[in-house]
Design a protein around this ligand. Structure first.
Ligand code: HEM
Length: 426
């Protein structure tokens, strides 16, 4: 292990300031300690684009089994299962979670060769062609959501647009659209709450583990229904795929989480960015073709997933630093995306970066490249097209400090964004 980074205290405290704007810390690490042991994370932070790409393209050396890191939900379940502080119900749910996690790696936390087999089974679910078919209903949904608040001239766009849009879209794709959206959100949040942040209370951990349990019960019941009565939806695809029961449960929860937490963040960050750069609003309204490069730049500079973990399976090196078998690496996508060696003037939003701009690692790269990227891009584009067409002069509400970032070093998302605007009738 190398010397302790002077910024370790920041990681340890996960202060709101760091969560809101971690980029100066990344810049420091990239410049001086590009592969740096962070005791508070019990992992090496890997911060240069080239080093992260190197790790992503070596899945045989670096396992994704614990891609949410040493503090994630399964580790909490392992601790809770044996701890008498927790109720019998929580401990039983923890044991169930451990069993599912052990037997049921699904895509994102699955290694070769099984990962390749699963990817072949699921590759078809969000192809550009399938996403094109989903566009009209996404637009209708976005219009309905924006129309519901636009006359007020103000809104919390996280609660009223960025959260319900992707959650409803993924619920429809799964075939569970009748389910209460706040319940789905609570389950989805439970899976990611512990990521990179192991300091939760007994009550918080209990609630989190019980939510996972409810979510598994729910998907088990839906799969039984679909086996008896198949439909054109993801629950049917997964129930019929050549997967074991645990893999099916993990796959469905992965779609639920992947389909909403991140896209929610992207849409909110795009709106936040437009409020801070009013000149961009007019540019995008005048030429909506610029919306996709704008979404790409927001993905690059405010990535919904700041970083994910890998675990070394053998002794090796990264960026010249020796890594031992068993060591965790935190691949800081948020840092790679501002690496000046890859992106000139990296802190600037530039709509003319072209192919270079798409080299960001917000969807990762290599075998685990995000399966839902075409869907996420389409949802963000449609949300912005709809909002920009129905408003002028979007701005942060006078009392909004935009400091409401979720306290999580992996997920980077606003939990609230109050904006004001002039309504436009269309
Ligand atoms: C802005 C939105 C999104 C972002 C930033 C994002 C980010 C990511 C990242 C970084 C990975 C790679 C994980 C790793 O490195 O270990 C990933 C994988 C994945 N994402 Fe997304 N995602 C988004 C939207 C979606 C959507 C809408 C879905 C649809 C359900 C989805 C489903 C998946 C799946 C299934 C994987 C696993 C792929 C594999 O490991 O083979 N994502 N995503």
């Amino acid at each position: 292990m190398t010397e302790t980074c002077p910024h370790d205290g920041l990681f340890a405290a996960a202060t709101p300031e760091l969560v809101r704007c971690p980029y100066p810390v990344y810049e420091h690490l990239r410049g001086e300690h590009p592969v740096q042991w962070i005791p508070a994370l019990t992992a090496y932070a890997v911060t240069r684009h080239a080093d992260i790409l190197d790790v992503l393209l070596r899945p045989e050396d670096f396992s994704s089994r614990k891609q949410s890191g040493p503090g994630a939900a399964t580790s909490l379940a392992v601790a809770a299962a044996e701890d008498p502080q927790y109720s019998d119900r929580v401990r039983a749910a923890a044991v169930r979670r451990i069993g599912i996690a052990e037997k049921g790696a699904a895509l994102v936390n699955c290694d070769p060769p099984r990962h390749g087999e699963q990817r072949k089974m699921m590759n078809k679910v969000f192809t550009p062609r399938r996403v094109a078919l989903l566009e009209p209903p996404i637009r209708e949904l976005a219009e309905g959501l924006v129309d519901a608040f636009v006359a007020r001239g103000e809104a919390d766009v996280v609660a009223e647009l960025a959260t319900p849009l992707p959650m409803t879209v993924i619920a429809r794709a799964l075939g569970i659209e009748g389910t209460d959206i706040p319940t789905l959100k609570r389950w989805s949040d439970a899976f990611v709450r512990a990521n990179g942040r192991p300091n939760l209370s007994v009550e918080e951990i209990s609630a989190l583990i019980l939510s996972l349990d409810e979510c598994y019960d729910f998907f088990e019941a839906r799969m039984s229904e679909r086996l008896a009565d198949p439909r054109e939806d993801l629950v049917t695809d997964v129930a019929q795929a050549d997967l074991c029961h645990e893999e099916r449960l993990q796959m469905l929860t992965l779609f639920l989480i992947g389909g909403n937490e991140t896209t929610n963040s992207l849409i909110a960050s795009c709106i936040w960015m437009l409020c801070r750069r009013p000149e961009l609003q007019d540019e995008l309204r005048a030429d909506p073709e610029l919306i996709p490069p704008f979404v790409e730049e927001t993905l690059r500079v405010e990535p919904p997933v700041q970083g994910l973990f890998r675990q070394a399976m053998r002794d090796t090196t990264v960026g010249g630093v020796p890594i031992r078998a068993g060591d965790f690496l935190w691949l800081v996508y948020g840092s790679a995306n501002r690496d000046e060696a890859q992106f000139p003037t990296p802190d600037e939003i530039r709509l003319d970066r072209g192919a270079e701009g798409r080299r960001h690692l917000s969807f990762a790269q290599g075998p685990h490249f995000c399966l839902g990227a075409p869907l996420a891009r389409a949802e963000a584009r449609i949300a912005l097209e709809t909002l920009l067409a129905r408003t002028r002069n979007l701005a942060l509400a006078p009392d909004e400090d935009a400091g409401q970032w979720a306290p999580n070093l992996v997920q980077h998302n606003l939990t609230r964004l109050n904006v004001v605007f002039d309504p436009v009738s269309v």
